[in-house]
Design a protein around this ligand. Structure first.
Ligand code: FUB
Length: 475
């Protein structure tokens, strides 16, 4: 199924593609002017990004020609903008070929791009890691050498397809591996070193390659490509996406079923993400004009969970999902923050708490034209809160962070909480609390009824935090 070493000689010249944003159409595949593969979705604020490889194999060849990783983005999961190549083989000075599957994981305001890449050392594929300060980079090699290589003890038979997950307690994990050999390891908080030994996860039935890890309602999920003929595919040259769940991030895993059946390309590589209250499966196929097993294209479709947490098999469409812009900028729901009384653990005397619910529309994180809330010189965890005189039904919040490039910076992390009558607790099923600058960071959650909604904000070390606007949406 996978390409071979022939590529090393073919990749002498690698040039970055101009970073011009090109709007793409709303249909599957989502991009047809180039071939794209191995998609990894990431939601930051009100934007879904897809990080994907580029297939450049000429028609009729039967090996991968992959030299670049591209970025696409959308604010409605239907209409996509191409941002061009944001990393390529030359990003890693120690590597020489095969820009295979990658995934971006954010941490502390930085974006770590884990990639499959052919190093120039012994063996074949390695895991590299690049880093950037925004979802669009620029990205540079974060380590100067492979994070995982064929010389790593107990590494996979093919060191490809990293998926990285940071748990609520801050511990990061990386899974990867091909040739029926999944592997897992803890990552250090710097995101570029491994901690402890590489383990062989148990229970990923019929695993072949392409793991994708996420957490929902306290349950860990692992999707992966399988190529067995026991209900997955009838021809083992193809693959499906199976999934397993666990109560511990390192397993053991319990196989649960198939998320995505056979696609039109032999390889089957997918990622799942929640965006504006809807889950999406991002995958690839061979459906673009002139497409094939080595000329693949990224597609997006909706994914649904059953009440017991199992996943329904995804229906592949040619139309793609309907536009889902979420509440900010469209859709239903009303921002009722302006009707609330705001309070906070601390506001600097020269800043203004009224900023957060005065209905301002910031032009950027440094725009204080509609006032700014800041808590300098406090560090660590602070909070802001809305109180209404009667209970409100809420299911979404959106934070626009203040960053004065001095003592106030984007937070390290945040959490949306509510008063449940006796304590402040995290809102249920929150989609993640974004800390990106220059954008509205939307958090969706299961509907709650409360008189008090709180945003708990944890600063980066040595810095304070602030907000320009914090919206709370009635369901
Ligand atoms: O695109 C190259 C390889 O094909 C990926 O690393 C695998 O997951 C498969 O999609």
């Amino acid at each position: 199924m996978s390409g071979r070493k022939w590529l090393a000689a073919a990749c002498g010249l690698v040039t970055a593609v101009a970073a011009v944003a090109v709007p793409a159409h709303a249909a599957n595949p989502i991009v047809t002017n180039i071939y794209t593969a191995d998609p990894a979705p990431l939601v930051v604020g009100n934007t879904m990004y897809i990080y994907a490889g580029r297939d450049e194999a000429p028609t009729g060849t039967s090996n991968f020609v992959m030299r670049e990783w591209h970025v696409l983005s959308s604010t409605d999961a239907a209409n996509w903008t191409q941002h061009g190549a944001k990393a390529n083989i030359a990003t890693f000075g120690w590597a020489g070929a095969d820009a295979w599957a990658g995934e971006v994981e954010p941490r502390n305001g930085r974006y770590y791009w884990y990639t499959s890449i052919n190093g120039n050392g012994a063996g074949w594929m390695n895991i590299g890691v690049a880093v950037g300060d925004s979802p669009l980079g620029p990205f540079t090699d974060a380590k100067g050498g492979p994070l995982i290589s064929d010389s790593t003890a107990n590494s996979s038979g093919l060191n490809i397809d990293p998926t990285v997950f940071v748990d609520d307690d801050g511990q990061a994990y990386m899974y990867w591996g091909g040739y029926w050999a999944p592997r897992a390891v803890r990552l250090a908080s710097n995101m570029i070193d491994t901690v402890g030994s590489v383990i062989t996860p148990q229970g990923l039935t019929n695993y072949w390659e392409a793991p994708w890890m996420f957490k929902r309602n306290g349950v860990y999920y692992m999707m992966y490509a399988a190529n067995d003929t026991n209900g997955c595919v009838t021809d083992s040259a193809y693959a499906c996406q199976r999934y397993a769940t666990a109560t511990n991030p390192l397993g053991p895993w319990t196989h649960r079923g198939i998320v995505l059946g056979r696609v039109s390309s032999t390889t089957n590589h997918a990622g799942a993400v929640e965006f504006n209250g809807q889950w999406y499966l991002v995958y690839h196929n061979a459906n673009a004009p002139g497409g094939g097993n080595f000329r693949r294209s990224v597609a997006v479709d909706r994914m649904y969970f059953n009440a017991d947490g199992t996943i329904q098999q995804v229906t592949q469409t040619t139309t793609g999902p309907p536009a889902n812009p979420g509440t900010p900028g469209g859709g239903s729901g009303t921002n009722i923050a302006p009707s609330a009384t705001a309070s906070t653990s601390y506001v600097s005397p020269w800043e203004n708490l009224a900023a957060i619910n005065n209905g301002g529309t910031p032009a950027g994180s440094a725009d204080r034209s509609n006032l700014a809330y800041g808590n300098w010189p406090q560090q660590g965890t602070q909070w802001v809160e809305y109180t209404w005189p009667s209970a409100k039904s809420l299911n979404k919040a959106a934070a626009y962070w203040f960053d004065d490039d001095q003592g106030i910076d984007l937070p390290a992390s945040c959490q949306v909480q509510y008063w449940n009558g006796s304590a402040y607790v995290p809102v249920p099923n929150q989609s993640g609390c974004g800390v990106a600058g220059n954008t509205e960071n939307v958090t969706t959650f299961g509907t709650i009824s409360t008189t008090r909604l709180r945003l708990s904000i944890t600063s980066k070390s040595g810095l304070s935090t602030g907000l320009l606007e914090w919206k709370a949406f009635q369901s």
